[in-house]
Design a protein around this ligand. Sequence first.
Ligand SMILES: [Zn+2]
Length: 151
Amino acid sequence: MIPLILKALHLHDGPMKDVGRRFKKSFDRVWRKRGPHAKETITTYFRQHPGTVYLCFRMDFDNQEPYGRCCYDVGRTALTFSAPYFALASSDALREAVIAHELAHIYRRGYGKWTAETDAEEEATRSLALTWGYESPSLRDQSHKAELDAV
Ligand SMILES: [Zn+2]
């Protein structure tokens, strides 16, 4: 278990140490670029709902976010990311965009803006991530998904 944000968010990298290191590097870059307000909001949320990041070989179901997703529960949070994506994505920007998108969901939870209405939540989260300088992966060319699906 590798701490990502103080003691409130940990990476459970299991046997995938190389992918775990790559994920942490990308996570740290995204985190360093956030302003104090976003950092405080996200950190406070994780203190109240401690989180674990799981790197999975294959995501358990297809959805709008094939590379990462958040599961919220009372007092805890699970973030799941595709290990093949972090192993094979061709640029730091692609890796960071997935992390930034999920952190944007967490920010919206912490700021009281999150909505259970999936489409509205996705749209607002993509807009927020864009203001942070990240184009959410689901807006990108789908050829990369086909490449990963073939793994
Ligand atoms: Zn999303």
